[in-house]
Design a protein around this ligand. Structure first.
Ligand code: A2P
Length: 332
């Protein structure tokens, strides 16, 4: 791209990953600006061997900016993205603020790149757990439509931001040293524990994260006929989300066919060695671009052959956030 690029929330966990992804993919621009809160304004970020001063995010920060990658939380997106669009900036927004807005495309480039074309200034990046699920589920759905997905997640601390990652590390150190701990960022002890995802529980007993997986999948697949139920759990893993995915297809499908489709699918690496009991793990998904997929097997509880189970792991900060957003920017 030629023009002026801005990274909003540049000091955060996803923001920092934006920088790595932009550098690794050699994303082209003429000028780059880093924005964060007033707490960070004036700090220096080193990028591609040059020092850049962080500026405060305000409604006036977008003069002359052509493209902005936003990851500073939903309320900041709601407040500042309209001002950015008004100033002529295209916003790729990593928050949930606009994802279900019918006028805003919600895009995973491996799934629905064509939706980018109808943007009116804002393109939304889906929820991290949703992205990691749909990258391997979509190519299967294309070949044999899926009727139902049951997904259980094992979500890392990085999904709750940089401070949550620090909290996991500090709690682990403190507990090993026999010191008392007091959760501050996450609602419960995360070290040596796990708990139901820390988002608000809605009227049917599902939390917000679970409903994002339901609704965003339907929006991107352009289908109200795919039924998703999710149980989202936070686990003491630093980064990369893992998910157990059970699918019911409209017709029988074999595990060999699923393996064949996934072996050729973009953004997917099959890691499925039964003999060695070697399958996707978050530490091996870390820093990678692909979603790792394994434990591919026929679901024995569906004797008509329509059920498949699989276990996937993907880097939440990369494909689940920064990489997907940069790939959207590349499509533009
Ligand atoms: P800052 O570091 O100045 O607080 P994370 O999700 O890892 O916690 O990161 C959140 C990102 O959003 C950080 O870059 C953070 O900047 C930024 N941010 C948080 N609150 C604001 C705000 N009120 N205005 C602008 N940026 C904000």
């Amino acid at each position: 791209m030629s023009g002026h690029l801005a990274v909003v929330g540049a000091t955060g966990a996803v923001g920092q990953e934006f920088l790595r992804v932009l550098e690794q993919r050699n994303f082209s621009y003429d000028k780059i600006t880093f924005m964060a809160s007033s707490r960070s304004a004036g700090k220096t970020i080193e990028f591609k061997g040059q020092d850049h001063t962080v500026i405060e995010l305000t409604e006036k920060s977008f003069e002359g900016v052509d493209l902005s990658l936003f990851s500073a939380g939903g309320s900041r997106s709601k407040q500042y993205a309209p001002a950015a669009v008004k100033a002529g900036t295209v916003v790729v927004d990593n928050s949930s603020a606009f994802r279900m807005d019918p006028d805003v495309p919600l895009v995973v480039p491996e799934v629905n790149p064509e939706d980018c074309r109808r943007h009116q200034g804002i393109i939304a990046n889906p929820n991290c757990s949703t992205i990691i699920m749909v990258v391997p589920v979509w190519p299967l759905h294309k070949v044999c439509p899926i009727e139902r997905v049951v997904v259980s997640t094992y979500q890392s601390a990085s999904g709750a931001g940089y401070q949550a990652m620090l909290e996991l590390e500090q709690q682990t150190r403190d507990l090993l040293a026999g010191k008392p701990i007091e959760p501050k960022v996450l609602p419960h002890q995360i070290a040596f524990n796990l708990f139901s995802h820390n988002s608000r529980i809605g009227e049917h007993g599902y939390n917000e994260e679970e409903m994002k997986m339901v609704n965003e999948t339907r929006k991107m697949f352009h289908s109200d006929d795919i039924y998703v139920t999710a149980t989202c759990v936070r686990v003491p893993v630093m980064r990369s989300h893992t998910e157990a995915i059970n699918m019911t297809f409209s017709k029988p499908i074999t595990e060999d066919k699923v393996r064949e489709i996934l072996s050729a699918a973009p953004g997917v690496t099959v890691v499925d060695d039964r003999e060695k009991n070697y399958f996707p793990m978050p530490i091996e998904a870390n820093d990678g671009d692909d979603v790792l997929v394994g434990r591919i097997r026929q679901d024995i509880s569906q004797p008509d052959g329509r059920g498949i189970d699989m276990f996937v792991s993907g880097d939440q900060l990369r494909k689940g956030a920064a990489l997907n957003a940069v790939q959207i920017a590349e499509l533009l």
